[in-house]
Design a protein around this ligand. Structure first.
Ligand code: B12
Ligand code: SF4
Length: 467
């Protein structure tokens, strides 16, 4: 069979988008899982429009909630051309019935155990409607098909070493989507690291771990990083702030070439952190935690969310200065988005605060989909835009870049300067959210009818974090 895997994307800003910085791992991972007797292509809508006139027999769409409407429209268009169309990913996993209305088949959960079955059944004309992936150990996860990436990506080597996270933040689907915390054999990860068929030196040099929380299992992290040292790469990942209390791990991170760590800081407010189920974050400690990474020349990227129950317009706007003061090098600023499958979705649904007339297009991290506690939806959107504009004003962008030149190693500094300049450029070019279609109305088939019942979180507790 000929298979097209399409990673769906919709621009979130009125002008410009994160077109080709780092690719999603999902498409090239699914391609690697595809049995070799089938031919496979991976198309990234963020780089190129999907090929509707493809000669593929089967089209597989992967998408987040915010791109669901686009995915459903694409599915209809492919189906009208006689293709078998299947869907999977986080949105499908939590909105199976809705997705079934648009696809010939859906795969719920992780694909490793079920993707080959789905392809076999499609090939034999015996496609089932629903495939449920079980959560397998990561022992046989292959090297992604980097060779299938379009040329345009700036940092193409994305790698996954672990899956899952022991925390249970209220806005995050990971604890349910990827239960437990699993590690991939270091040998296999090193095979991804050793892959060097990229055109430019920086593409060969940089390894971006797309893990949920790479350093949870300290013994594994130490083994992984020790094996990484001789490769002399630059690498980045997402981790939790507790790594700052582990100087020997930080030293090893430095030695193995770490240039950037993303922390989900989310907020400075005690009430907001409580609402986020993120009480492990202590605002009074941020500065000291971040300084520990700076002392090793590592750039600190950090995510901040606006719209928790503890947030007011003033507290949101204040974050532009607070995050600078805390030492953050590159901020990522989103609006709280209650994705299906999260505790936030459940809670806001139970409290009747989800704006049900707003369809999935609004679930992209830059729009308001619920009734905030201390302001109106319009005020939250406005406060978030003001935060964005202030955080990426010339003043703060310049201050962050200049300050970071004092302590970041040069790869980290390059990344910091590049990302800050990009977002600042975007701010001046116009960073308003893309104008969305008229609200869909409660009766629209895409307007979600009721909050799904959250599956019980199957998680290891933070206590299981090995020291
Ligand atoms: C890496 C990552 C990113 C990266 C890369 C984004 C990308 N497009 O891949 C960055 C940092 C850019 C990012 C940004 C965002 N992200 Co993100 N991200 C992740 C993360 C941590 C890992 C994803 C990953 O690569 N996993 C490894 C691959 C191999 O597995 P996978 O994608 O889960 O796919 C598996 C299954 O889902 C299934 N599958 C997936 N698709 C399909 C399709 C078919 C046909 C089949 C059969 C199976 C299948 O098979 C795969 C193998 O088992 C996840 C958390 C998570 N654990 O999923 C969040 C996650 C996907 N992100 C999320 C969100 C919300 C965002 C943002 C909107 C955040 C924001 N406020 O801006 C943006 C969107 C930006 C964009 N351009 O798309 C949410 C999505 C929730 C939802 N329901 O939509 C997640 C789940 C985290 C969360 N908050 O819960 N993200
Ligand atoms: S720490 Fe990060 S990955 Fe873990 S549950 Fe919270 S937001 Fe999700």
């Amino acid at each position: 069979m000929r298979i097209d895997i399409v990673v769906v994307y919709v621009q979130r800003y009125q002008r410009g988008h994160e077109k080709n910085f780092v690719p999603p791992l999902t498409g090239i991972h699914l391609a690697a899982l595809t049995p070799p007797e089938h031919s496979v292509r991976v198309l990234h809508q963020q780089i190129e429009p999907p090929d509707l006139d493809t000669d593929a027999d089967l089209v597989a769409l992967s998408f987040f909630s915010g791109f669901a409407r686009e995915a459903y429209e694409l599915a209809e268009r492919y189906r009208s051309r006689g293709k078998i169309v299947v869907g999977g990913g986080p949105h499908v996993t939590f909105s199976k019935e809705e997705a079934l209305g648009h696809f010939d088949a859906v795969l719920v959960g992780e694909a490793e155990s079920a993707w080959a079955d789905l392809i076999r059944d499609a090939d034999q004309g015996n496609l089932q409607r629903v495939y449920v992936g079980t959560t397998l150990p990561l022992d046989s996860v292959p090297t992604p098909r980097y060779d299938l990436l379009p040329r345009g990506f700036f940092v193409p080597r994305v790698v996954q070493a672990t899956r899952g996270c022991p925390f249970t933040c209220s806005f995050c689907t990971v604890p349910v989507l990827n239960p437990g915390f699993r590690t991939r054999p270091v040998e296999r990860v090193m095979a991804d690291v050793a892959y060097d068929e990229f055109k430019h030196w920086w593409q060969r040099k940089i390894v971006w771990f797309w893990d949920d929380n790479l350093t949870i299992d300290r013994r594994y992290a130490r083994e992984l990083l020790s094996r990484l040292v001789p490769f002399r790469k630059w690498w980045l990942t997402q981790a939790s702030m507790d790594i700052s209390k582990d100087p020997s791990l930080l030293d090893l991170m430095k030695r193995s070439g770490c240039i950037g760590v993303f922390f989900g800081i989310e907020s400075f407010g005690v009430e907001s952190l409580k609402d986020a189920h993120k009480q492990q974050n202590k605002a009074e400690r941020y500065k000291e935690r971040i300084a520990a990474l700076h002392a090793r020349g590592i750039c600190v990227m950090a995510g901040f969310i606006s719209g928790f129950d503890g947030d007011s317009p003033a507290s949101i706007k204040a974050m532009a200065h607070e995050l600078y003061e805390a030492g953050v090098d590159v901020p990522f600023l989103s609006i709280l988005t209650p994705f299906p499958g999260t505790a936030a979705y459940q809670k806001l649904g139970d409290e009747g605060r989800l704006l049900r007339e707003r369809g999935w297009d609004y679930y992209n991290g830059y729009n308001v989909t619920f009734e905030p506690k201390q302001m109106s939806p319009a005020e939250l959107l406005k406060a978030h835009r003001e935060l964005w504009n202030e955080a990426f004003s010339l003043k703060y962008t310049f201050l962050r870049i200049v300050r970071s030149a004092r302590y970041l190693r040069w790869g980290a500094f390059l990344m910091c300067a590049l990302m800050n300049s990009f977002y600042c450029f975007k701010r001046f070019r116009g960073n308003e959210p893309r104008a969305l279609a008229e609200p869909m109305g409660v009766g629209h088939p895409l307007a979600h009818p009721a909050p799904p019942v959250c599956q019980p979180n199957v998680v290891t507790t933070p206590a299981a974090v090995r020291g």
